[in-house]
Design a binder for this molecule. Structure first.
Ligand SMILES: CC(C)(COP(=O)(O)OP(=O)(O)OC[C@H]1O[C@@H](n2cnc3c(N)ncnc32)[C@H](O)[C@@H]1OP(=O)(O)O)[C@@H](O)C(=O)NCCC(=O)NCCS
Length: 164
């Protein structure tokens, strides 16, 4: 049984088993990563941050998002950005991320965004596959987007899904 509910501030204290959230917040360099880097999303877009809870209220995974507005000449557009999605290693391949992605689809459908987007590390095959499965298409490759202390910079792949 998996329950999807809004992520609260208290839940940040319960994510200690998620040891490498730098995977989750992909554009934050590992050296700068801390759980406090998630706080702005909880403040600004609490209705777009969710967790999946399993038996015993164990946190199985979470997703954070935000709406961004863009203007081009006279035209304004609204986009739902999935900032990060993470599933605990013990619960992977059990459709937990799929449930979180479905929730974000519903939220951004209700918010009438023009598109949804997510940027994924080029090497992150499972996330790229997941996004493709959910209807996202590769639109851009951003070189040197991701940095790590101990590794070379890596490109990000921007994936976009147009909403009807
Ligand atoms: C990517 C991630 C969120 C997937 O979570 P999950 O709960 O295991 O995913 P699901 O079981 O819902 O699978 C959804 C789809 O993702 C893809 N997928 C997930 N794991 C995969 C794997 N190991 N290999 C290939 N494809 C995979 C598949 O397309 C899958 O659909 P299918 O089961 O019909 O084949 C999880 O592996 C994770 O947290 N990784 C670390 C953080 C990360 O990379 N986040 C994305 C960056 S924003």
């Amino acid at each position: 049984m998996t329950t999807i509910r809004e992520f609260g501030f208290d839940d940040l204290l319960r994510t200690s088993h998620i040891d490498d959230l730098s995977e989750f917040t992909p554009t934050v360099p590992m050296a700068q990563y801390s759980k406090s880097s998630l706080m702005p999303y909880l403040v600004d877009s609490p209705d777009q941050c969710f967790l999946a809870e399993g038996p015993g209220n164990r946190i199985m995974g979470c997703v954070f998002g935000k709406v961004v507005e863009r203007s081009k000449e006279e035209t304004k557009s609204k986009h739902g950005v999935i900032v990060g999605i993470y599933v605990d290693g013990d619960y992977r391949r059990q459709k937990v991320a799929s449930k979180l992605m479905q929730k974000m689809d519903e939220v951004y459908h209700d918010k009438r965004v023009d598109s949804m987007e997510v940027t994924v590390r080029e090497s992150n095959v499972r996330a790229l596959r997941m996004c493709q499965k959910f209807g996202y298409e590769r639109v851009d490759r951003i070189p040197y987007l991701f940095t790590k202390d101990d590794a070379e910079a890596e490109a990000g792949i921007r994936m976009v899904k147009t909403m009807n």
